[in-house]
Each structure stands twice: as structure tokens, then as C-alpha cells.
Design a protein around this ligand. Sequence first.
Ligand code: ZN
Length: 301
Amino acid sequence: MKPAIISCAITGNKTTREMNPNLPLTPLEQGIAAEQAVLAGASIIHLHVREDDGTESHRLERFEESVYEITKRVPEAILEVSTRGAAEDSMVYRGNCLDLRTEMCSLNIGTLNIGDEVFLNPPSEVFPLIEKIYASGSIPELDCFDIGHLEQAKSLLQRGILRGPLHFLFVLGIPGGVSGDIRNLLHFLAMMPPDAHWSAVGIGKHQLPVAVHTLLLGGNIRVGLEDAVWYRKGELARSNAQLVTRVAEMSRELGRPVATPDEARKLLGISKRQPVFSQPVFKRPSRSVLTRRRMSHASSA
Ligand code: ZN
């Protein structure tokens, strides 16, 4: 069985400290959370950033602070910055994070009602964003909240606006999108281009069932406090790492080794590179924490 790639969505754009006091919000907290998640088995860190008061931010400087805090601890991690934003955020503002030239980014190509809000992604603004993504060398992961998003991606691939092989994230359980019913996941898989890469996430109480089915179906998984603040009913998650640890152990039990970041790059067709910082204050990241651990194990053996 091929290795499972675990992505960890450590913060999100909506989750609050009131929902879970263990949510990492500041760049330093995000750096520590990312390090713990990678040590627990995550290869990819999916990243939103917040201002000090907790509000969602797309300021490049804020992204730089967080990416710096993460890469100095775990430079081996694959970073996926989020281009998702609120209705009032322009696509140019949402694309600020691409200047960091991280290896991956998230991309939403379809408009959707999420709860009582409109998640607006008009083609006239999404297409220039896609151009900026490819110019930055980042690989877009296409968030599919609905089957129509998958169909739009296939159409954009045919028109040459998106480039294959596509990388999909199937999101189950967002109000307004497909529900957490596993039949929705099977439908996504049936309609996906055969050479596409795919990952899935269940929101809230769907996190664990979607992860288990995805592991059995050969996909990659995403977990994290962005998607679910609970470990199980009535028990808040202590950390992102706790959520990663659970699915990493399950993956191994089910016969799928957990991919290291470099194995994940090979599987996803990503060339390794470090983020580019505009501010000189952010120096080169230090040595990998995994390498440090391996060396300390070797010296104590
Ligand atoms: Zn996100």
C-alpha cells in the first residue's frame, strides 16, 4: 500500500480560541504547532494567518512571520498557504502569500454559499490568481466543497487554464457543500481525472470517519484544528499534533506507512525549495528538526 500523506491545517480562518483554547494564532504558536504536527507525522502544513486580535489576515508580512517561525523549526515541511478569503477581500489581497513562493497553495475556483455567507470566487478574479500561482511555481490544491467544483476544474484543465496532474482536496461536511456522507467521497473519486492526486477532509464530527475511509481508499488525509476542534464528542483536541498522531497510528495499523515530507514531495511531484522572504530580518532556516533528532538518536546509540 502506498504511503499516506498527512496534511495538518493548524489554524484556519474561522476557528477561534473560544471554540478551542489550544488553537495556535500567533506566528510563534504556529511555528511550535507545526513542529509538533510534523514530528507526529504531518508532511504538509496548511496555513492561514491571523492578526494579534485573531482576525483573518492576508498581509504578506504576517505570512512571512509565520512561515519564518515554521521553517526555522521544520524546514523539511511542505508549506501550503491559503488563498481563501472573506467576501470583502480582493483576490489580489488573497494572493499576497504567493510572494513567498511556498511549494503549495490552496485554490478555490467555485463560488458557494457556506452557511449564511457567500464564498465568492468569480472567474474574472480567479483566473489571474491562477496565473500568479503558476508564475510563483506553487502547486495549487483545489478545494472541492461540491461536485461542481470538480467539474469546473476538469473544464479549466481542458481549456489550459489549470495544468495537470491536478491536486484535489475533497471537503466533506461544510454547510452548503456536500455532506459528510461517504457516498459523496466515492462520487468525487468516480468523477476525478485518473491521473489526479487527491486528499480528503471531513469537517467537525466527520473528520475521523472521512479520514478512515480515505486511508482505506488509498487517498491522503487532512486533519487539524481548522477543520475540527474536537478530538471526540465532548472532548476538545489538546493540539494539532494529537489529531495527527491519531490518524498516523491508524494509517500504520491499516498497512499504510506515513509519508515523510520528502516522500510526499516525490509522490506529489513537488520539487523541494525554501520560501523566499522579502524582509532581510528572516534569515535562512536552521537545520531540520528531524535531522537533529536522527543525529541525537545516532549519537546516543
Ligand atoms: Zn484552510
